[in-house]
Design a protein around this ligand. Structure first.
Ligand code: MN
Length: 234
């Protein structure tokens, strides 16, 4: 069989590590939905007491700080969601809450880019969210800060500006599931492994961008991430 001989092996996507020449290989990108009450309210997503849940983006959706991201096809409502990103350094199943932070390699700032019109359409049809969430370049992430250097941020401002105007502001302490709870819950359903990223949900203020917009996301104690929206892809 010669099938595949002309198909190059896909390189593993990686993230920069602040202050290091090493890179962090990305295995999977998990995302938490509904993790800040004020965002659940703005999305009008049913019962506020419903727990957070998980979805995924493809690992090759990561793009680095400073990137220009084309305005994607298949949407007229391309939106930002600022999020704290957790990088897993040690895997496991059924990880106990008390040990969850021992599995964290580090943290960074990420933006869960969303085709909001597709997400809403899929939600109304009770279909999967992939078209709304899991598209090319939908997971910009900054350089990772090792927890060994910065600790584990449990509070601090999480903000996003578009063209210098603040659009989102929340605090990490507002997360419905904190980082240990996210790791414990996620590892009850999936075997976590080194290289997994977890985008931990967004506070209120999400909104649309257009080509030419410059987005600055910041998480206090973790860092900043800047991306620019490029021309519309057809
Ligand atoms: Mn999100």
């Amino acid at each position: 069989m010669s099938v595949g001989l002309n198909i190059p092996v896909v390189p593993t996507p990686t993230l920069a590590i602040a202050g290091s020449a090493d890179r962090f290989p990305v295995r999977r990108i998990y995302c938490v939905g509904r993790n800040y009450v004020d965002h659940i309210r703005e999305m009008k997503e049913g019962d506020e007491r419903d727990p957070p849940f998980f979805f995924q983006k493809p690992s090759d959706a990561v793009v680095p700080d400073g990137a220009t991201i084309p305005y994607p096809p298949d949407t007229a409502d391309f939106q930002f969601e600022i999020e704290l990103v957790v990088a897993i350094g040690a895997g496991g199943r059924n990880i106990p809450l008390a040990q969850a932070l021992d599995h964290v390699f580090g943290y960074t700032v990420g933006i869960d880019l969303t085709r909001r019109d597709q997400q809403r359409d899929m939600r109304e049809k009770m279909l999967p969210w992939e078209r709304g969430k899991a598209f090319d370049a939908s997971a910009p992430c900054g350089a990772l800060l090792p927890a060994a250097q910065v600790g584990h941020p449990g509070k601090g401002a999480i903000t996003l500006d578009v063209n210098g105007a603040e659009k989102q502001r929340g605090d990490l302490s507002q997360m419905i599931w904190n980082v240990p709870e996210i790791i414990a819950n996620l590892s009850a359903s999936y075997t976590l492994a080194p290289g997994d990223l977890i985008m931990t949900g967004t506070p209120a203020g999400v909104g649309p961008v257009v080509p030419g917009d410059r987005i600055l996301g910041r998480v206090e104690g973790v860092g900043a991430l800047t991306i620019t929206i490029g021309p519309r892809e057809s």
